[in-house]
Write a new protein. Structure first.
Length: 153
């Protein structure tokens, strides 16, 4: 499934662009449905990267930490287990059992592509009402996915 947009592209993304950014990650089908909805509504998404089975919406620095509180304020509390993950800049650290060998990366672990390329000043931050709209759209898409409902129109 591709999301039609004049801004989308399948050019490679340096992994550092993804790891050096605060971000909100969702499952790929949820992210693509959310992008399509944001496009229909004419709302900005900020830069968006697809990597493996996940889509990451890049945020301004120091924004990821407040995402859970903003979701609660919007009515999407953690108890819903939506599958929406806010990550601060830096690689995800997964603890390994003592003595376990590091698993080789999956083929798609290092490949990422822009769905919405980064443009100067385009990341969403805490001062932007579009951040709340993005989070609400993503949470709604996650909830619909969990319930087996079609994406919102």
């Amino acid at each position: 499934m591709t999301v039609p947009s004049s801004r989308s592209g399948l050019c490679p993304v340096p992994l550092t662009a993804l790891l050096d950014s605060d971000r909100v990650e969702v499952r790929r089908p949820v992210g693509l449905a959310s992008l399509a909805r944001l496009d229909r509504l004419g709302r900005p998404s900020g830069p968006v990267v697809a990597r493996g089975d996940r889509v990451a919406f890049l945020l301004a620095p120091d924004t990821a930490e407040t995402v859970p509180e903003l979701l609660r304020w919007l009515g999407w509390g953690a108890e819903l287990r939506l599958g929406l993950t806010a990550r601060a800049a830096g690689p995800a650290r997964v603890p390994r059992p003592r003595g376990a060998e590091e698993a080789p990366p999956r083929p798609d672990d290092r490949r990422a592509s822009w769905l919405r390329p980064a443009e100067h000043g385009s990341v969403l931050d805490l001062r932007s009402p579009d951040l709340l709209r993005l989070l609400d759209c993503l949470a709604d898409a996650c909830a619909r996915d969990l319930m087996g409902l079609a994406p919102a129109g």
